[in-house]
Every structure is written in C-alpha cells, then in structure tokens.
Design a protein around this ligand. Structure first.
Ligand code: AMP
Ligand code: MG
Length: 401
C-alpha cells in the first residue's frame, strides 16, 4: 500500500501530453488545450481612442486659469477616422471608442463642456492624456496573450477573435477507453434480479470524461471472466491513450483485472492508503496508462476526481491546475480511527461567519447519494483525528470540467 500523495505524484510524473495537433475554428475550440502560445499580431486597442463622449482638444490651446472657447470643426463617431491634424483654437466632437485625431492630447467629457452652435467652452484644469485609452493598453503587439497548455474558456475564445484569429491550434483529444466489470452488474433497462446492481459506474465516469473533454471509447460491461477481460484490455491498450476499468481490483476470488493487467502489461502500484478508494491498480497496457478503479460507485468516482482527472489533464496537454483547496469550519462530530487519508463527502456553505462544512451523512463507499449531494471532499490526514464543532478542516472542491 502506498500513500495517496505518493500515488498522485507517481501518476503525474509518468504522464505525458499527447503530441498531435489539430486546427479548429475558434468557435469550435471550447474546452480544448492550446498546443502553442498565442501571440498578439497588433496592439489592442489598435489606436489611441476616446474613453468618453466629449471633445478632443490640445491642452496647449487651453488657458490654465480660466475657461477657453474653441471652434468645433468636425464630428467623429466611433469607427470614423480623421487624418487632418487639429488646428490652433479648434476642438473635435468625439464619441467613445473613436480614434484620437492627430494633434489632440485630451478628451474633455461632454458633461464639463458648454456647447453653443459650433463653439464649445471648456473649464480650466485639463491635463494631457485625460480620457484617452492608449493603443496597446489591453495587449501589446508581440506579447504572449495565452500560454501553451491553456484550456480554452469562453473569454479566451473571445480574446482570440479580438486578435483576428479565425482558427486555433490545439492538442488532439486523448482517447480514453472505459469498461465495467462484474458478474452482478447489469445494464440499465434490464430487469434487476436479487443480488444485481445497475452499471452506474460507466454512466458516471463516461459523463466525467466528457465533461473533462476527452474522447471516450466505450468497451462496455465485461463479465468476471479472464478471457473477456483480457480481450477488452487488449483492445483498450492497443487503441487508447488511457484505459479505465471499474471493479475487479480487490482481493476477492473474482477480482481478475489485476491478474490480466499483470499478464498483458505492468502494475506500477496497487492499493493506496486512502478512503474511499483503497483497492485500485495503476499501470501500463501497451502505450496506454491503466487506471483500475474500485467497483464501489463512490470509490471509483472519488479516485477519478483525485488521481485520474489530474493525470488526464496532463495528457490533454493542459497546464497543471492545483486542486482547489481551502480551510473550512467543521460542523458536527467525527472520530476517524483508521490510518488512511480520508475524503469525506461534504456540503460546504458560505455565510457571514465564513466557510463551513458538514458531511453528507452516512459515508459508506456504496452510498452514491453521499457523493451526489456533496460539493466538496473533506480532506483528512492519515493519522486518526477527532473533530468537533468549529474545528478547522481542509476541503477540496469537487470539479468535473
Ligand atoms: P468490486 O470492486 O468488483 O469488488 O466491486 C465492489 C462493489 O461495487 C460491489 O458491491 C459491486 O457490486 C459494486 N460495483 C462494481 N461494479 C459496479 C458498477 N459498474 N456499477 C455499480 N456498482 C458496481
Ligand atoms: Mg467485482
């Protein structure tokens, strides 16, 4: 048995990004990962422009002590440009976003100016640069705007478009093969005989994989039969970048996944000092990483969140995103006696007194409602701990995308 932190460290250390790159339209690239940094080809904004509706003037024309009256010689809506420089004693009516005409160094906001016909009177105290958004204020030409490994969110797609990009190069999606094992497991829609359970693992994990943004190869539901498991793992190992199975990695007579993995590939570790999720096998199948998750629904999904997900993010080429952890005040009482790290399912709330958390109730690894109701995992250290109302604990947000 190895420590949770050690298991995570080893898995991450052995995981490489895919290399193949595809070109997508920017609008189709949501959730994809940049395969190269994005550089700005021009300044944003492109020109010095007005931050206000008002009058563009030259401060040199204005008296320092009293109001100055200027002649309005042109009208400049957003999108229009004026090439002709401003003359002495002149002002230009300008709208927000319009480029600053040559010879102007300040925009006087409309509310300060007094306009009568083509004459405008401006109070003293204006300074150069007032109400001007300088070119490159947002982005400088040539600067790196988004790093390699950036997972593209809506604002990133908007940014790419504002920089004139119609297409973007991203890593291909890793292919992740997924299978369930167990003689007692049946497909939804079939009748449930005594002793059987529906295959909730494959539904939940497939959804988690899709939310993350990988391609899922469904290897189906496989009997606890050495040949059948061997066939499924061989297929996954040959075609996928990662293979995820559930069930069959414990110490029972029918836990064959581990044995087949040993025959066809290699086991790098088995059993992790965590709860839920102690029986799990990690290894290699051909070119694919193999994650043998426990059959218990809570355990499988928790190990996915804590270990598999960060590894798949690396495989997608994404920059590492440290788990979102914070401190919270515990509500209730708890006596943890075992020597494994514990990841209790919890509900965290924010209120005037800060962040507090309570467990979702019974924590058995088969109790999927405990995870369905949770928004955080309460992270407890390996050592035994007693918790009472108000104790400080670490929580980790349950993130899927
Ligand atoms: P195992 O790890 O194969 O010993 O399975 C542990 C527990 O998880 C057993 O109670 C199984 O019935 C249950 N289980 C295994 N696979 C699934 C699955 N795909 N969906 C729901 N429960 C499962
Ligand atoms: Mg089983």
């Amino acid at each position: 048995m190895i420590a949770f932190e050690e298991a995570l460290r080893r898995v991450l250390a052995e995981t490489r990004s895919v290399e193949d790159v595809v070109l997508l339209r920017v609008g189709d690239a949501l959730g994809r990962v940049l395969s190269a940094p994005v550089m700005a080809a021009f300044n944003v904004p492109n020109h010095d422009n007005s931050a206000m509706d008002g009058y563009a003037v030259n401060c040199g024309d204005l008296s320092a002590r009293e109001s100055t009256t200027l002649t309005v010689v042109a009208d400049l809506p957003a999108g229009a440009r004026l090439e002709q420089p401003l003359g002495a004693g002149e002002a230009i009516r300008i709208m927000t976003g319009a480029p600053i005409p040559p010879g102007c160094d300040c925009v006087v906001m409309q509310e300060l100016a007094h306009r009568v016909d083509d004459r405008v009177t401006i109070p003293p105290g204006r300074v150069p640069g007032e109400n001007i958004r300088p070119a490159g204020e947002d982005i400088r030409a040539g600067s790196v705007v988004l790093p390699k490994g950036c997972r593209l969110r809506p604002a990133h797609l908007g940014l790419l478009t504002s920089l004139g990009f119609a297409g973007v190069e991203v890593f291909r999606k890793p292919v992740v093969a997924l299978l369930s094992t167990g003689d007692e497991v049946v497909e939804a829609g079939e009748p449930l005989l005594p002793g059987q359970v529906y295959d909730s693992n494959r539904t939940a994990l497939r959804a988690a994989l899709l939310a993350l943004g990988v391609e899922v190869m469904d290897l189906g539901l496989v009997r606890d039969d050495r040949e059948a498991i061997a066939r499924a793992l061989a297929l996954g190992g040959a075609r996928a970048d990662a293979v995820i199975s559930t069930g069959g990695v414990s110490v029972g007579d029918h836990d064959l996944v581990k044995e087949v993995l040993q025959d066809q590939g290699a086991i790098h570790f088995w059993q992790v000092a965590m709860k839920p999720g102690k029986p799990q096998a990690y290894g290699q199948l051909g070119n694919a990483r193999f994650f043998g998750l426990p059959g218990n629904p809570v355990s499988g999904l928790t190990v996915f969140l804590l270990i598999v997900r960060p590894a798949l993010l690396r495989m997608m080429g994404a920059l590492d995103e440290p788990p979102r952890r914070m401190r919270a005040s515990f509500r209730g009482t708890l006596n943890k006696k075992h020597n494994r790290m514990d990841f209790l399912r919890g509900v965290a709330r924010f209120d005037e007194s800060g962040v507090w958390v309570e467990t979702t109730g019974p924590q058995g690894s088969g109790i999927l409602t405990s995870l369905a109701r949770a928004n955080v995992l309460i992270v407890l250290p390996e050592e035994p701990v007693r918790l009472t109302d108000g104790d400080d604990v670490t929580i980790q947000w349950i993130e899927h995308d």
